[in-house]
Write a protein that binds this ligand. Sequence first.
Ligand SMILES: *Cc1c(COP(=O)(O)O)cnc(C)c1O
Length: 460
Amino acid sequence: MRVMTDPERATKILLTEAEMPRQWYNLLADLPTPPPPVLHPGTLQPVGPDDLSPLFPMALILQEVATDRYVDIPEEVLDVYRLWRPSPLFRAHRLEKALGTPAKIFYKYEGVSPAGSHKPNTAVPQAYYNAQAGITRLTTETGAGQWGTSLAFACAQYGLDCEIWQVRASYDQKPYRKIMIETFGGTVHPSPSELTNAGRAILAANPDSPGSLGIAISEAVEVAAQDPNTNYALGSVLNHVLLHQTIIGEEALRQFAQIGMTPDVIVGCTGGGSNFGGLTFPFLREKLAGRMDPVIRAVEPASCPSLTKGVYAYDFGDTAGMTPLMKMHTLGHDFIPDPIHAGGLRYHGMSPLISHVYELGLIEAVAKSQQDCFAAGVQFARTEGIVPAPEPTHALAACVDEALRCKETGEEKVILTALCGHGHLDLAAYGAYLAGDLVDHELSRDEIAEFVAALPAVPA
Ligand SMILES: *Cc1c(COP(=O)(O)O)cnc(C)c1O
């Protein structure tokens, strides 16, 4: 027998394994207009499935362009998901009390996964579909190391080799990520590396390059394109990645139904947009259908502000210009971000789907400083007992802003955020913050101008 807890007092709202959603949700089915097409970098014509087949298995290419509202999650993927899913929805009673706010703050915690973040939600299906297609090795990039760890874990589940190019700045700052990747059976190279044409060209120009996600993507794509048994996997940005992450929001909807509440404000951090899209798209479906009306807000670092200060234009996903052109909010593919601590939020572009939804006015965006983010992260750790990854501290800072506004107005808003990872391997960043050594840099439009001036010309 299930004894219902008082919805006002519940701290953890849990689903049983049997209640886990069995389908991913595809927002493309419900948007008023489709996003602009992805273009071939040579012909500037929309890409077809064959253009992408050197890198991705057909099942993922079809998911990238699918317009069906729901996609069934394969049994073999559900089996692996059950290692940590359904993930808990927490009510942040102690943070609310510390803030003295009448708002109700909820967080969907993805740090319970093997990698400690939301990334395995897509790493597992990506490895599965590649194994089904007979692929034996996957290559990828990683920044902070969350994605590399997740893909190495997923490859181990289905017997694939995994080779990873890690942004040099993070490779040097975060040695434990490399060890974790190797423990799962993956191989890690610092990027730029001498192993690829793309890496050698960057090193020739700048032997001390700290690297960037764009450079690491170029290296991983180059290696995958040259070997028919090797494919490439991307941890964010693409439609199929956001599709896989919607399990977060689908679970959260069921958890809110259990306590009879609906969120008024949903905030999430955005690097490439996958945890944000994963949490918010199922709620956006409900909003578009008129069943609820939450404000949906993306939060990015002031030092890498693609949505709030970037341009909405066609750009490459990587630095060498090997990927198709995507219309997105971008700082320019040559942009080398400061080595700020929230490594997962350091990408030059934003998911084309999130960018489109932002252009349609369906979501808002704000940028936060590292100081504000770590202050919120430390307050969260001291009240709720979880040390957040630096990335979701951006969302927490925006949650705190919203909760303090509620304190002024007396509104009892229900606020939801994704606590998309824990920070156990990011303690050096907390050390820097606690010692007062955190470097912060708000990027100005002038600094971006040089990079966006170099964007490829695409006729309208
Ligand atoms: C990778 C990562 C991010 C940024 O990626 P999104 O695609 O924007 O979610 C944010 N938080 C954590 C914990 C990550 O690992």
